[in-house]
Design a protein around this ligand. Structure first.
Ligand code: ATP
Length: 252
């Protein structure tokens, strides 16, 4: 494995009495894609959300264990959560552009983090849209509403919005599950491009997608990680019977 971008150590997540994630320890390598797979309700999204403290927003939720980035535990009370979410961005299942222009969607984050210069913002908007492979489709309508874009374009816009604040890690929670097959394949191509610059952790129900886009795969079951290995190994020669049963469609 290359350099580690992010590590979870003995992470447990509870919703009140419900113990949703059990003692999960995983290392995520720099500039690789890691897929989190497993049946519905096994804790994939809960785990993903704890990687940038999004679970803080759920009052009943309690997290124990460590998430290490640059050797610092982000679960401490002294963490600047806004700065953390700049470093570790999130793309959700449903595209959620702001009710603003395409330009303003992208400029919002950098402006919030202190960039006011118009020329600099123009450059960031163009670079981010290019990185998210949506520049050609938007360059002549930057000041039109983002909501007029198709679902697939909106999702690429949301990826551009995440990229605009220069994160190290991008978390994606089933980013293509609400999209048609052509938009899905564009998102998959984009993920393969983005991993040259970012570490990506993606939750997906789509096994083919996990096999196509990721280097590593973690198989979750009932809040536990059953197996974590190279994607090729998970899909061709898994160690555990339960992994084999899941990837061959025997359950889930
Ligand atoms: N906000 C919440 N409050 C209480 N329980 C929750 C909450 N969110 C998730 N859970 C429970 O935690 C467990 C894990 O849910 P989670 O959404 O993380 O699973 P998942 O593997 O991502 O599922 P899916 O693939 O269906 O999205 C489930 O039993 C779920 O019902």
């Amino acid at each position: 494995m290359g350099e580690i971008a992010l590590s979870a150590k003995k992470l447990n997540v509870y919703y009140g009495e419900k113990h949703a994630v059990h003692d999960v320890s995983l290392d995520f390598a720099e500039k690789e894609v890691t897929a989190l797979i497993g049946p519905s309700g096994c804790g994939k999204s809960t785990f993903l959300r704890s990687l940038n403290r999004m679970n803080d927003l759920i009052p009943s939720c309690k997290v124990t264990g460590e998430i290490l980035i640059d050797d610092r535990n982000i679960n401490g009370t002294d963490t600047d959560v806004v700065a953390l979410r700049k470093k570790i961005g999130m793309v959700w299942q449903r595209p959620n552009p702001f009710h603003k222009s395409i330009y303003e969607n992208i400029a919002f984050g950098p402006r919030y983090h202190g960039i006011k210069n118009k020329k600099q913002l123009d450059e960031i908007v163009e670079q981010s849209l290019r990185k998210a492979a949506i520049w050609e489709e938007t360059k002549d309508r930057l000041h039109k509403s983002a909501l007029a874009l198709s679902g697939g374009q909106q999702q690429r816009l949301c990826i551009a919005r995440t990229v605009a604040v220069k994160p190290d890690v991008i978390l994606m929670d089933e980013p293509a599950s609400a999209l048609d097959p052509i938009s899905t394949s564009k998102i998959e191509e984009l993920i393969s491009e983005l991993k040259q610059d970012y570490s990506i952790v993606i939750v997906t129900h789509n096994m083919h997608q996990a096999a196509r886009v990721s280097e590593k795969t973690a198989f979750f079951l009932n809040g536990h990680v059953v197996e974590y290995d190279k994607t090729e190994t998970i899909f061709t020669n898994p160690t555990h019977q339960r992994t084999n049963d899941y990837i061959t469609g025997r359950f889930g």
